[in-house]
Design a binder for this molecule. Structure first.
Ligand SMILES: [Zn+2]
Length: 320
C-alpha cells in the first residue's frame, strides 16, 4: 500500500526519545509538552528498560515505548550489545534471559542495560504482546550487517538517528537497510532524534505516520505496515510508480534520488549542470525541484526515494 494514496492524515511522530525515567533530562509530561510545542502529533517515550507513563491528553497521541537490548552473536569488543525500539508494549521483562556479563546499571546517568539472548528471541517476546519493533541505530551500535540479516521478526530499522548523527556522524544506517532490501526482505525505516538533551536534539529528525485516525492503534498499524516516510527537514507530498520511473512531489529540494539493489539507483538534480536521469516537472523560482520524474530500470527488486533540500537535509520514503 502506497501511504501517499491512503486515506487519513499524517502524524509527525517522535519515536525514540528519553525522559527522566531513564537518562533523559525532562520528566515525561514536560517532554511531551516540548514535542507538542515543536509541532509533533505523536510521542513514544522509549526509556531504557523502563516504561514512562506521561499523562494522557487530547492534543497528542501517546504510544507506549521502550529501548531494550540484545546480545550479539559475534561482538567486536567485550560486553558489546545492541538495541531495539519497541512500540505498543505493556511491560518490560525483569529477566529477558540474556548474558548477565552484558548487563549493567549506571546509577549516575540513570540508565541500565539488560539483554535478550538474541535479536530474534527479543522479537518473539515483542510478537507475544502484538507489539512492533524496529532495530535501533545499527551503525552506532556497530551491529554487523550479516548478524542483522540472520535475524527476523522486526518491522524495520532506525535508518536515521539524528542524535547519533549530530554526536559523532554515525546516525545514518541506510547501508544496513539496503542490505536487507537487496536480499528481498520486507523492512521499513524510521528517523528519530534519540533525544536526551532537548536543546541539542529535540526535533533533529522525525517519522511521518499515515493513519486512518489519531489513535495509538492506528499508529502501531502504520509502523507495522510501513505506512510512513521520515525526514530531517524536507517533506514528501506525492509518490507514484509511473511508466518508466517514479514521480515525486516534494518541498523544494536540490536532488531526488531513487535507491535500488546494487548500483541500479538513479537521480534528478537541480541546476544547469545537475545530472538528470529523468525530468524536472516543476520548480520554485530559484530552481529547486518540487516535482520530478526519476527514470528507473525495469524489474527492480525494490525502489525507495530520498530527497535532499538546499541545506543538505534529507527525507526518505519506504520501498514502493
Ligand atoms: Zn536511545
Amino acid at each position: 500500500m502506497n501511504p501517499f494514496d491512503a486515506p487519513g492524515e499524517w502524524l509527525k511522530s517522535a519515536l525514540h526519545t528519553h525522559s527522566t525515567v531513564s537518562d533523559g533530562t525532562l520528566p515525561p509530561d514536560a517532554l511531551v509538552q516540548a514535542y507538542v510545542e515543536a509541532g509533533f502529533d505523536l510521542v513514544a517515550i522509549t526509556d531504557h528498560w523502563r516504561l514512562a507513563t506521561p499523562a494522557l491528553r487530547d492534543d497528542v497521541v501517546l504510544l507506549p515505548g521502550a529501548e531494550l537490548g540484545f546480545d550479539m552473536v559475534s561482538p567486536t569488543y567485550p560486553r558489546q550489545s545492541a538495541e531495539f525500539l519497541v512500540y505498543g508494549l505493556d511491560h518490560v521483562p525483569d529477566d529477558p534471559g540474556g548474558n548477565r556479563d552484558n548487563w549493567l546499571v549506571n546509577e549516575v546517568e540513570n540508565w541500565e542495560v539488560r539483554t535478550f539472548p538474541s535479536l530474534t528471541v527479543g522479537m518473539d517476546w515483542v510478537a507475544s504482546m502484538d507489539a512492533v519493533a524496529y532495530v535501533a541505530h545499527p551503525y552506532w551500535n556497530h551491529l554487523p550487517q550479516v548478524e542483522l540479516t540472520s535475524m527476523s521478526g522486526f518491522a524495520g530499522i532506525e535508518v536515521l538517528n539524528g542524535g547519533a548523527q549530530a554526536e559523532c556522524g554515525r546516525g545514518d544506517s541506510s547501508p544496513w537497510w539496503d542490505t536487507l532490501l537487496g536480499q528481498g526482505r520486507t523492512a521499513f525505516g524510521i528517523a528519530t532524534d534519540d533525544q536526551h538533551y532537548p536543546l541539542y536534539e529535540l526535533g533533529l529528525a522525525w517519522t511521518m505516520l499515515r493513519v486512518r485516525e489519531r489513535s495509538p492503534e492506528a499508529a502501531l498499524e502504520a509502523l507495522r505496515t510501513g505506512a510512513a516516510y521520515f525526514s530531517e527537514g524536507p517533506a514528501l507530498y506525492e509518490m507514484a510508480v509511473v511508466d518508466g520511473g517514479v514521480e515525486v512531489a516534494c518541498s523544494p529540494c536540490r536532488s531526488v534520488l531513487v535507491q535500488a539493489e546494487e548500483e541500479w539507483g538513479t537521480s534528478v538534480n537541480a541546476g544547469r549542470d545537475g545530472r538528470k536521469q529523468g525530468r524536472i516537472l516543476q520548480t520554485t523560482g530559484d530552481g529547486l525541484i518540487t516535482r520530478a520524474l526519476v527514470e528507473t530500470p525495469p524489474n527492480l527488486r525494490y525502489r525507495r526515494v530520498t530527497i535532499v533540500d538546499a541545506a543538505g537535509r534529507r527525507a526518505w520514503s519506504n520501498p514502493l
